[in-house]
Design a protein around this ligand. Structure first.
Ligand code: KG4
Ligand code: ZN
Length: 353
C-alpha cells in the first residue's frame, strides 16, 4: 500500500496537483495539500481552446507539483506513487499530465497509476468524508457528462441512465452564452438566478417523468426562443436564468430521487462540476429528506482537481493495480467497471459529449 500518493489532473483547463497521505491499515487517507490553477486564457474565447490548454499545462505543471509538495511539507523522497488522469478529456491536455507523471514515477522508482477522470469525480466526497462508501446512487454531472449510476461497491458502476444529447454542464454553458454571460456558465447562471422570479418563465422539464435518461438540448432551444421573444434581455436575464436553472435541477433531482427509491440505497452522491451548485445540493437534500443522505464534496473538490484523482488512485493502488510505461492518454477512456443496463431502450455512449 502506497503511503504518500501524488495526484495530477490536466484533463481540461485546470492544472492541479495534490498530495494524499495514507498508511498501513488506514481506511481513508488525509489530504495534505491541493493546488489548482485555473487557466484564464480561455475566457475571451467563451470556451476551452484545446491547444491553448495543453500549452498552459506544460508551462504550469512542474511548478504546481512543486507547490503541492511544499504545502504538504514533503520532499520528493516521500512520494511512493503517482496517480494521473489518463482520460476522458482533451487528449493533448491529458498527455501533458500523463507524460510528466510517467517521468516522475520512472525516475524515482515509484508506482504509477492511470486514473479515470469520472471515477475521480465519484471519489471526491470521500476525500473529505472517510465514512462515505457504497452502496450509493451517484449523479455525475459535468461539462462533458451526465450519468446516473448505481454503485453497489467501489469499482462497480451500473449505468442507470445518461444524456441523449447535451451534458447538464454543457447546457448551462450554452444557455449562459445565449444570455450574454461569461464562461463557465454554471456559476454565472446560479449567481444571477438568485435575483430571478421563478414564476416569470416556466420552461419544459424534458423526460422528467419517465426513466433515468436525460435530454437538455430542447430546453436550450426553449431558452433561445424566449431570448428572441424578450425584447429586453437586460430586464429578463435573471428571470430566464432562474427558469432554466429550476428546470434543469428539477429534472436532475427527480431522476436522482427515482433512482434512490428504485435501489433503496441510503446515500446519494452528487459529483462533477455542476455539483458545485449549492442550489442543486440544497434541492437534493430537501427532496431526499428522510429517504437518503446527500453526500456532496465542497466546491473545490467537485470542480476538476487532483485530490479526487489521488483518492481514486489510492483505491486502485490498494487493489494492487499498477499502470506500466505504456500508459497513454485517451480522450474517450471508458469508466472501469461500467455495467450497462440489461435491456436498454437507448444507450448513448457515456463518454460522448
Ligand atoms: O467537472 P468540471 O469542472 O469539468 C468537466 O469535467 O467537464 O465541470 C465543469 C462544468 C461546466 O459546464 C460548468 O458550467 C459547470 O460544471 N458548473 C456549474 C456550476 N459550477 C460549475 N453548473 C451549474 N451551477 C454551478 N454553480
Ligand atoms: Zn470533470
Amino acid at each position: 500500500m502506497a503511503d504518500v500518493v501524488l495526484g495530477i489532473e490536466t484533463s481540461c483547463d485546470e492544472t492541479s496537483a495534490a498530495v494524499l497521505v495514507g498508511g498501513r491499515g488506514v481506511r481513508s487517507p488525509e489530504l495534505a495539500s491541493l493546488v489548482i490553477l485555473s487557466q484564464d486564457v480561455h475566457q475571451v474565447f467563451g470556451g476551452v481552446v484545446p491547444e491553448l490548454a495543453s500549452r498552459a499545462h506544460l508551462a504550469a505543471l512542474p511548478r504546481v507539483v512543486d507547490r503541492a509538495l511544499a504545502e504538504a511539507g514533503l520532499g520528493w523522497s516521500a512520494v511512493d506513487a503517482v496517480a494521473v488522469t489518463a482520460g476522458p478529456g482533451l487528449v493533448g491536455a491529458l498527455l501533458v499530465g500523463v507524460v510528466y507523471a510517467k517521468a516522475l514515477a520512472y525516475t524515482g522508482g515509484r508506482a504509477l497509476i492511470g486514473v479515470n477522470h469520472l471515477e475521480g469525480h465519484l471519489f471526491a466526497p470521500a476525500v473529505e468524508d472517510p465514512e462515505l462508501g457504497p452502496p450509493f446512487v451517484a449523479l455525475l454531472v459535468s461539462g462533458g457528462h451526465t450519468l446516473l449510476l448505481d454503485v453497489p461497491v467501489w469499482g462497480r458502476y451500473r449505468l442507470l441512465g445518461a444524456t441523449r444529447d447535451d451534458a447538464a454542464g454543457e447546457a448551462f454553458d450554452k444557455v449562459a452564452t445565449l444570455l450574454g454571460l461569461g464562461y463557465p456558465g454554471g456559476p454565472e447562471i446560479e449567481r444571477i438566478a438568485k435575483h430571478g422570479d421563478p414564476a416569470r418563465y416556466t420552461l419544459p422539464r424534458p423526460m422528467r417523468d419517465e426513466g433515468f435518461e436525460f435530454s437538455f438540448s430542447g430546453l436550450k432551444t426553449s431558452v433561445l426562443h424566449a431570448v428572441r421573444a424578450s425584447g429586453d434581455l437586460a430586464r429578463d436575464r435573471p428571470h430566464l436564468a432562474r427558469g432554466f436553472q429550476d428546470a434543469v435541477l428539477d429534472v436532475l433531482v427527480t431522476k436522482l430521487e427515482r433512482a434512490v427509491r428504485a435501489t433503496g440505497y441510503p446515500t446519494a452522491v452528487l459529483g462533477g462540476g455542476v455539483a458545485c451548485s449549492r442550489t442543486l445540493a440544497a434541492l437534493a437534500a430537501e427532496r431526499l429528506k428522510g429517504l437518503a443522505r446527500v453526500a456532496v464534496a465542497s466546491p473545490r473538490l467537485n470542480a476538476d482537481n487532483a485530490a479526487m484523482i489521488a483518492r481514486a488512485g489510492w483505491y486502485r493502488l490498494g487493489l494492487g493495480e499498477r499502470s506500466d510505461w505504456t500508459l497513454d492518454a485517451r480522450a474517450d477512456l471508458p469508466l472501469p467497471g461500467l455495467e450497462w443496463p440489461a435491456s436498454p431502450a437507448h444507450t448513448p455512449h457515456p463518454t460522448s459529449p
